[in-house]
Design a protein around this ligand. Structure first.
Ligand code: ZN
Length: 468
């Protein structure tokens, strides 16, 4: 557990403050500065690029999402440029973009002179990191360059009542698909969201990165969610565990999703399945094979499939070198025929999911390089191909106070969301509002390149709203 975790936590708290501060720009600005300070990355004020030939009045901005892959030239002609002018722009654009084709799904913004309708500038998002900007300097001079898209991290709050199907409702309220899917996955064991009764109240906060010009939104992770129906409440809170990995936890600090690997090794094929009656290739007799044999290259790392404690690590007769791990709920995983056991591993050691415990080999009674993998449940062997460990992390005691503090902040933020059901009732930080606050210079202190780790507070997977 390093200081990175604390930074992330403080950053999350500051973001919530930004959200709670609501529409007050000044407060938001201060919160944004606090956030930048907390995150340890105060950046110089974003210096606006020198303005080209763009005196007042403000240009007319046309933002569109490319709906078909086509040369930039055809889009410019459609936008009303004459052939010569369109060609000059297209040529300049192609230099910076190393090609002149626009891809479907990407954002294109045109800035036109309000008086004569001539094109002053165009901007095209090449991907979610880089944009091409072309602008005129008068006298037919057009220059194009690549620039990094700078993003502002914003919490977005959404609340709605289920009136029919969850997915339809989520779409109606512009909930990004990856966020809706995360939510559905988080609660799938407790209550499938498709089975929520009418009138269920959904409140959630997620994070998104918004490009400075508002043309690109990247939802980056669910922060907190609460679903109420009858006298039940499902809740989820994002928290980085002591390994720095973000997961969703319920109010009691138990992970909503089990953390386990499907298989402990990268294997080529299953050379022998689970059977109580198998003809043994060496012993030439029928006997149970209470595990699966995963054919894998000699020396391939073997990983613990879930958190647990080493029961034994050493020679186990027919299984050769083997490791047994005790997990929650009376489950034991067994890894046999290893060529090597990770040095220092011994009974009583705690192990983490994904930790390398040894390497594939052919020790013991074995015909070739493979891993014998078995799972015991309450003393009975079960089929590892159909049984999963399903162990759920719990917030460790050392992190509990931190988690509870964060949870209270989330709960306060969720509580402050407008009551649902009253006059329309839907509340969300609309994209337009996000774009507006961005122009405040304070928010630009939060601007960060999309790959920056310092402002990440939730999950590491970023879904892109523009095609790649
Ligand atoms: Zn076997």
């Amino acid at each position: 557990m390093g200081s990175g975790l604390l930074v992330a936590m403080v950053a999350t708290a500051a973001i919530i403050q930004v959200f709670v501060a609501g529409a007050n720009d000044r407060t938001q600005e201060i919160a944004a500065r606090q956030f930048a300070a907390a995150a340890g990355r105060i950046e110089p004020e974003y210096i606006d690029e020198p303005t080209a030939v763009a005196p007042a009045p403000e240009p007319v901005t046309i933002s569109l999402t490319i709906d078909r892959s086509a040369p930039v030239l055809s889009y410019l002609e459609e936008a009303g440029l004459d052939r010569d002018e369109a060609q000059r722009w297209a040529w300049s654009f192609a230099q910076a973009a190393t090609g002149g084709r626009l891809q479907s799904g990407h954002a294109l913004t045109l800035y036109k002179d309000p008086d004569d309708g001539s094109l002053r500038e165009l901007k095209y998002n090449l991907d979610d990191r880089v944009a091409i900007r072309a602008r005129t300097y008068g006298n037919g001079v057009i220059r194009s360059s690549q620039e990094l898209i700078t993003y502002t991290v914003r919490p977005v709050a959404v609340s709605f009542k289920i009136r029919g199907d969850f997915w339809a409702e989520a779409e109606r309220h512009d909930l990004p698909k990856p966020i809706a899917a995360t939510l559905a996955n988080a609660f799938k064991d407790q209550h499938p969201l498709t089975a929520l009764p009418r009138g269920s109240a959904v409140k959630l906060i997620y994070q998104e990165r918004v490009s400075r010009d508002g043309t690109s939104h990247l939802p980056t992770g669910l922060e907190a969610a609460q679903i109420s129906f009858g006298n039940q409440t499902l809740s989820a809170f994002a928290f980085r565990d002591d390994r720095g990995q973000a997961h969703l936890y319920n109010a009691d600090g138990v992970a909503l999703e089990p953390q386990s690997l499907r298989f402990p090794v990268e294997f080529q094929y299953i050379s022998s399945g689970f059977s109580f009656h198998r003809y043994h290739p060496i012993l030439h007799e029928y006997r149970p094979h209470v595990g699966v044999d995963l054919a894998a290259h000699y020396g391939t790392p073997v990983k613990a499939i879930a958190d647990g404690r080493i029961e034994s690590a050493g020679w186990c007769g027919e299984l050769g070198r083997c490791v047994k791990i005790d997990h929650e709920a009376g489950m034991v995983s067994i890894y046999g025929h290893l060529s090597e056991i990770t040095r220092g591993l011994q009974g009583g050691n705690p192990v983490r999911v994904g930790e390398v415990i040894g390497r594939v080999g052919s020790s013991g009674l074995s015909t070739g390089s493979h891993l014998h993998f078995a799972i015991e449940k309450n003393g009975q062997f079960v089929n590892p191909l159909t049984e999963s460990l399903g162990t759920h992390h719990r917030i460790p005691p050392t992190m509990r106070a931190l988690f509870d503090g964060l949870k209270q902040k989330y709960l306060a933020a969720l509580d402050r969301m407008p009551q649902i059901g009253g006059h329309g009732g839907n509340f969300s930080v609309s994209h337009a509002a996000v774009a507006r606050t961005e122009s405040g210079s304070g928010m630009s202190a939060m601007a960060a390149p999309p790959q920056s780790g310092a402002v990440r507070t939730v999950s590491t997977e970023t879904s892109s709203s523009i095609g790649r």
